[in-house]
Design a protein around this ligand. Sequence first.
Ligand code: BG6
Ligand code: MG
Length: 210
Amino acid sequence: MIKAIIFDLDGVIVSTDDLHYKSWKHMADREHIFFNEKINDRLRGVSRMASLEIILEQSTKTYSDEEKIELAAYKNDYYKELLNSLTKDHILPGVMDVLKTLKEKQFKVAIGSSSRNAKFILKQIGLFDYFDAISDGTNIKHSKPAPDVFLIAAEKLNIEPTFCLVVEDAISGIEAASRAQMSSFGVGDAKTSKLATYTSSDIRDLLKYI
Ligand code: BG6
Ligand code: MG
């Protein structure tokens, strides 16, 4: 029996992929590092510092830890500038229908996101107060595919992990849900994950399974 739905944020509630891409590209161009959309796809669900490591695979230069921190901060400053233009119009299709129905049916809803900007994004799109719990990049040591972010969300909701269903667009996020013993609903990229319990290109289909 499902009692709670834990939503990933980037790529599920709101489309920030392109903003992440533009911001990493801004950093990569400054450093003369090759970066394209295909590499950007590998960053989905991955924490900021782990994303940087993936990008630096293309670099011949070895960066010190201090330099890496500066590169990540340079990217994030640019990203946060772009996030300033985010509004509720950027909420992905079907999301509000699903959230409203879940509230009516008295499911608990939470956010389980690797992003350290999750709360800022939720405020920008007017959904900060909508969720019963928020677990994000600021409260985890290990990012997806580790189960931590979802286990903490379940703990904050006070609901057993096996009663939770995760909605994800990242393959690493579906693996994290599986490792947390939660069922999952994969959209976008995550539709191809063999570990996903359910998949669809339309988030509204989630309502068929709960
Ligand atoms: C995830 C995104 O939600 O958050 C990743 O899918 C991103 O692409 C990660 O790297 C960390 O985001 P932030 O906002 O903390 O840099
Ligand atoms: Mg995502």
